[in-house]
Design a protein around this ligand. Structure first.
Ligand code: ATP
Length: 348
């Protein structure tokens, strides 16, 4: 399903939860809505589902008006599937009954249609890896299996749009990784458009075709994961998605001279948004610095926090200019004195 939002806003009382959103989603696209708590992600999803009406603006689905002030196509007519963070399974239904529910036919339905229903249930259960567990009740399932049932139920009726609200946030880290792959595989197999709400940047970067970054009810940036990660357009996106350090300095046409570098380092700034140029900043990601033992050629600093992350360490370093986030394969310890080397232009 293709979706078009034009100047959509949503107000609760005097509070504006969504501010004039414009967004086009192509048929079959996997879109992640990424942003911190309270930025309006769930409200946007509820507008798409038809549980809320826009205060202003218009939502079109497959070019037909689905919602505008005073009109809203009811949820059951929108051909959507929904998956919630809480799974929302029915305790009295087994796995097969959950999947049958959205496609259920009456007893009087001809046998060949009921056979088709059985085929569909079998194929959906296979898609989510639950073929062996059709008779299990929710209390007999693990968290990951419950989430699979919720996904199976949502895709059973072959919806044109699948809405997912933080579907993995109640699973443990290992399961989350497995389920990411499964959701990607389901997307490939069904070709359904997906709108996936998350506050986890790594989830959005890993799965989506495009990411919509939201802040305070507005859209900060829309783009492919690499685009958002490598070319943030605002300070918020740079920090929230890339964990970038914002380096102060001076712009000399399209070259950036970091403060304190005395002209020894200059960065080609053509990839950086006008936003950063206008405020004399340059976003540098944690992996773009080099961390060394104290050395007069670098910026002196002290380790204030260390996290081991497998292939590298993630450090907080205090320098005269403030706190920096840096990742490095080299091991240092809390309170170690270190030297920070700014990247050369070609390393950016
Ligand atoms: P989270 O990640 O915490 O779920 P979110 O980005 O999904 O947050 P929303 O649930 O969309 O945020 O809420 C956006 C803002 O709108 C919040 O400040 C919230 O308090 C407010 N809000 C949402 N629904 C209502 C409502 N029915 N009445 C009043 N305010 C609401």
């Amino acid at each position: 399903m293709s979706i078009q939002l034009t100047e959509v806003s949503k107000t609760f009382g005097t509070f504006q939860a969504l501010k004039s959103l414009n967004l086009t989603i192509e048929k079959g696209e996997f879109i992640a809505i990424l942003g911190p708590s309270g930025c309006g992600k769930t409200t946007l999803l509820r507008l798409l589902a038809g549980f809320e009406q826009p205060t202003t603006g218009e939502i079109r689905m497959n070019r037909q008006v689905a919602a505008k002030p005073g009109f809203s196509l009811p949820p059951e007519k929108r051909h959507i599937g929904m998956v919630f963070q809480s799974f929302a399974l029915w305790p009295h239904m087994n796995v097969t009954e959950h999947v049958r529910f959205p496609i259920r036919h009456h007893q009087e339905t001809p046998a060949h249609i009921r056979d088709k229903e059985q085929e569909r249930i079998a194929s959906v259960l296979q898609m989510v890896g639950l073929s062996q567990h059709g008779t299990r009740m929710p209390h007999e399932l693990s968290g990951g299996q419950k989430q699979r049932v919720a996904i199976a139920r949502a895709i059973a009726s072959e919806p044109s749009l699948l809405l997912m609200d933080e579907p993995l946030s109640s699973l443990d880290a290992m399961l989350r990784m497995d389920m990411r792959r499964e959701i990607q595989s389901i997307h490939r197999q069904t070709g359904t458009s997906i709108v996936y709400v998350t506050h986890d940047q790594s989830e959005a970067l890993a799965m989506a075709d495009r990411i919509v970054v939201m802040k305070d009810g507005g859209i900060e940036q829309i783009g492919a994961p690499q685009d958002i990660y490598l070319r943030p357009q605002t300070e918020f996106v740079a920090k929230f998605v890339s964990k970038a350090n914002l380096i102060r300095g001076r712009w000399n046409h399209d070259r950036f001279v970091p403060a304190g570098a005395d002209g020894s380092v200059e960065w080609q700034g053509s990839r950086v948004a006008e936003y950063f140029k206008s405020c004399g900043l340059y976003p540098v990601r944690p992996d773009q610095f080099q961390l060394d033992s104290p050395d007069p050629s670098g910026i002196p600093g002290e380790v204030t926090n260390v996290q081991f992350q497998g292939k590298e360490f993630h450090y907080h370093i205090r320098t005269e200019d403030g706190q920096w986030e840096i990742s490095s394969p080299r091991q240092f310890h809390l309170r170690d004195k270190v030297s920070l080397q700014l990247p050369a232009s070609e390393q950016l």
